[in-house]
Design a protein around this ligand. Structure first.
Ligand code: NAD
Ligand code: MG
Length: 297
């Protein structure tokens, strides 16, 4: 049994703050994080829950998306990952891990703030995987600003484009390919429910993702397709040191959760697996919080 699954105090299971300050330009790289996040590389073992499925995960190079991509491949799925070209080094590691499972891996570098690219990335995933059964729309942009006066139109636009427009463009392109039993999963945040003062635009998009996905779920169930939202709390990913939080908050990241530490990406992967699998046959339009005890009521 993997050490991760042995019975133990979850508060002590993974690194706690203080962490070193570690500024990175956006988008950050998982490989430059200290300590390195656990995305399940050696700790996630699957058991055929997604055999033969074809999955597309946006932002699958690092963080939560990477943990979902690794878990999907271990559960027997072929996986396409989308990411920004500057993240090629992280993406290469994920592609190698998927291929090591004997599964097909498809690399889709490009910028999801471009509508044409969103359509192309879905078309390429469908063509190269031979269909699409699981769509995880997870790529996200988070840049803190201390005051509303500092949120420029360019900031607001980039956050909306990455977190909401791309969601719509990708979902619209993908839905014609989804067959009964397929699943859509979006990544919102605890920020949709408890917005931080410094994440005005980001929190707004995360609330939008919840509403969009719930409305989508009502449409898609007419085709036998489910759609659900995952709402993470603090997870140890490159999003935070690359502008998502001030460095002093990165050093204390996760301290305020009930666990006294941030979540590691592998700790949220089982929720993405459940929602993608037929075990979730009566689950749609729901929001799954994995918030470190904060709740999403
Ligand atoms: P991450 O930086 O590892 O992943 C985000 C990914 O988004 C990047 O790897 C990048 O590939 C992709 N991306 C960003 N802009 C893009 C663009 N213009 N074009 C294409 N791809 C782009 O960080 P993460 O924390 O794993 O983030 C995944 C999701 O989880 C995001 O939606 C984020 O908002 C959400 N989330 C994270 C946390 C947290 O604490 N880490 C908490 C709540 C929600
Ligand atoms: Mg990344």
């Amino acid at each position: 049994m993997a050490d991760r699954l042995k019975m133990q105090d979850p508060r002590e299971q993974y690194p706690k703050p203080p962490f070193p300050q570690q500024p990175q330009p956006e988008p950050g790289l998982a490989r430059r994080m200290e300590p390195r996040p656990d995305h399940g590389e050696t700790s996630y073992s699957g058991c055929d829950r997604l055999t033969g499925r074809k999955a597309l995960v946006t932002g699958g190079d690092s963080g939560i998306g990477r943990a979902a991509a690794i878990a999907y491949s271990r559960e027997g799925a072929d996986v396409a990952i989308s990411y920004l070209p500057s993240e090629e080094s992280d993406a290469k590691e994920v592609i190698a891990l998927i291929e090591a499972e004997g599964r097909k891996a498809v690399a889709l570098p490009g910028d999801v703030t471009d509508e044409a690219w969103c359509e192309e990335l879905v078309a390429r995933a469908v063509n190269e995987l031979g269909g699409l059964d699981i769509l995880v729309v997870n790529a996200g942009h988070q840049q803190y600003r201390n005051d509303v006066s500092g949120v420029s139109n360019a900031d607001f636009d980039l956050t909306m484009k990455t977190n909401l427009y791309a969601l719509h463009w990708i979902v619209r392109a993908a839905t014609p390919h989804l067959k009964p039993g397929a699943a859509v999963i979006t990544t919102a945040s605890v920020q949709a429910y408890e917005p931080s003062a410094i994440l005005l635009d980001y929190a707004t998009t995360k609330a939008g993702i919840v509403a969009y996905t719930k409305a989508l779920a009502k449409q898609l169930i007419e085709k036998g397709v489910r759609a659900n939202v995952v709402a993470p709390g603090p997870f140890w990913t490159a999003l935070q040191p690359s502008g998502g939080q001030p460095q002093e908050k990165v050093a204390k990241f996760g301290e305020q959760s009930e666990f006294g530490r941030p979540g590691q990406p592998v700790e949220i992967a089982p929720v993405y697996v459940l929602l993608a699998s037929q075990e979730a046959s009566y689950i749609t339009g729901e929001v799954y919080g994995v918030t470190g005890g904060a709740g999403i009521a």
